[in-house]
Design a binder for this molecule. Structure first.
Ligand code: ATP
Ligand code: MG
Length: 418
């Protein structure tokens, strides 16, 4: 089935509002085993919408049209649809009744432009909108079925869920296939290396598409399996995922909705262990990532932002002489920060970060972008030095990811020992 999307709205063309509706629809559609083959965006222009509908109707079996169904003068989608179908606009009695009831309940005056929303192309099948005013309607344009929904994201989602997807499901030919989808998330692996390691697998899994996406500081492998049935697609996906995990090893920290901080918090929670942080160049980003996770208080009592030398000493007991001798950005100071804050708080683990985020700074020993990480735990101390390239924001973001990942890999190792 060839499915297209037509979004309308000047704000989508000026960049004022990004099209967030379509990606959501695409993800939902994939779960049904279908994929969007093309999207088109046009402004609030009757002729442009009409012409786009005409062109799409020649190619597609189904088109989902959104936006421009509201009460204002720039809402012209229904008129454009009527023109494309060569029919008149007619008032839908059920929608008029629904609008009257809706406005009466809210004690709002029913102005003529409100009732404009009840005008749909003659012959259209109309569906009620439980979360807004403008109705859903469906229309046949030649051999193409056109489905119209408002652009307001809440209404869009509701009507796609209740009106659009059930229709598409009904229209699908039996046995026309299914998709299964998985994102494997890695960290500490540049995209080129990810690609290199995974490339040999794609030949062995012809039913699976391997996609790569960089979400700094992470690299994601997206596996999309196509099968004859949902079970077949799931089996193909599982086989590809198994092979991918085998080559990527512990670089894979999670899948789909997982976040690195979430994984770390869950691992600690499962073990009944706790974590604190002493952060210099990340200024609280590690703590922020941890506290983003609901329930983090079970494992994370808090930490310290030891941005300057004085507070590295005051909050994490780093000897002032050590800082003077080795420099604030050094392996020794990172280790000392981790050790000091862990002893102070009595947590199982501590993460310490110290580095130069730039753009200025650096010292004779360490350049901008140099970051020392340390993890102190019950069985020892681990240290890593990184040199991140890029602007301040990027260095801080990568340092945050690497810090959480250093702990994750230690936890992972210890899982293995148990
Ligand atoms: P309304 O009854 O609110 O006028 P409508 O069907 O006429 O609904 P629009 O006027 O096109 O829809 O858009 C309504 C709101 O939804 C606007 O704030 C718009 O920016 C937003 N919107 C429209 N299309 C999209 C989209 N594709 N992604 C995200 N937001 C969108
Ligand atoms: Mg509108």
């Amino acid at each position: 089935m060839r499915i297209e999307v037509l979004c309308t709205g000047d704000e989508l063309l000026t960049g004022v509002v990004p099209d967030t509706n379509s990606p959501w629809f695409m993800a939902r559609l994939l779960r049904l085993g279908e994929r969007v083959s093309r999207t088109t965006v046009v402004g609030d222009d009757r002729a442009a919408i009409r012409d786009a509908l005409g062109e799409i109707a020649e190619r597609a079996d189904v088109v989902l049209v959104s936006g421009g169904l509201g009460p204002t003068a720039d809402d012209v989608t229904a008129e454009a649809a009527a023109e494309a179908a060569g029919v008149a606009l007619v008032e839908d009695v059920a929608t008029v009744a629904r609008l009257r009831e809706r406005y009466a309940r809210r004690q709002l005056p029913l102005s003529p432009n409100v009732l404009r929303q009840a005008r749909v192309p003659a012959g259209a099948e109309v569906g009620a909108n439980d979360v807004g005013a403008a109705p859903f309607f469906a229309l046949t344009l030649g051999r193409c079925r056109a489905l119209f929904v408002p652009g307001v994201p809440a209404e869009y989602r509701h009507l796609v869920e209740t009106q659009v997807l059930p229709r598409i499901e009904r229209w699908r030919a039996p046995g026309s296939g299914a998709f299964s989808f998985r994102i494997l998330k890695t960290i500490g692996l540049p995209e080129a290396r990810l690609d290199e390691q995974v490339a040999p697998l794609s030949g062995r899994h012809p039913g699976v598409t391997f996609g790569f996406r960089v979400v700094p500081p992470e690299s994601h492998l997206e596996l999309l399996a196509r099968g004859t049935t949902p079970e077949d697609a799931a089996a193909k996906l599982a086989a590809a995922e198994k092979d991918a995990r085998a080559v990527l090893g512990e670089c894979v920290f999670g899948a789909d909705e997982d976040t690195l901080a979430h994984v770390v918090v869950s691992m600690l929670g499962a073990r009944g262990e706790t974590l604190t942080v002493a952060e210099s160049c990340t200024g609280g980003l590690v703590a922020a990532a941890l506290t983003d996770v609901a329930g983090a208080s079970q494992v994370f009592p808090g930490g310290a932002i030891t941005y300057g030398a004085a507070l590295k000493t005051a909050f994490a007991d780093v000897p002032a002489e050590l800082i003077a001798a080795k420099g604030e950005v050094s392996a020794e100071v990172a280790r000392s920060m981790a050790e000091g804050i862990r002893a102070r708080t009595g947590t199982t683990w501590a993460i310490a970060v110290t580095g130069y985020a730039g753009p200025g700074g650096g010292d004779p020993r360490e350049p901008v972008g140099a970051v020392h990480l340390a993890v102190a735990g019950p069985t020892g101390m681990w240290h890593e030095r990184h040199h991140f390239i890029g602007d301040r924001e990027r260095v801080r973001r990568f340092a945050t990811g690497a810090a959480l990942d250093l702990l994750r890999r230690r936890l992972h190792e210890r899982e293995g020992e148990r």
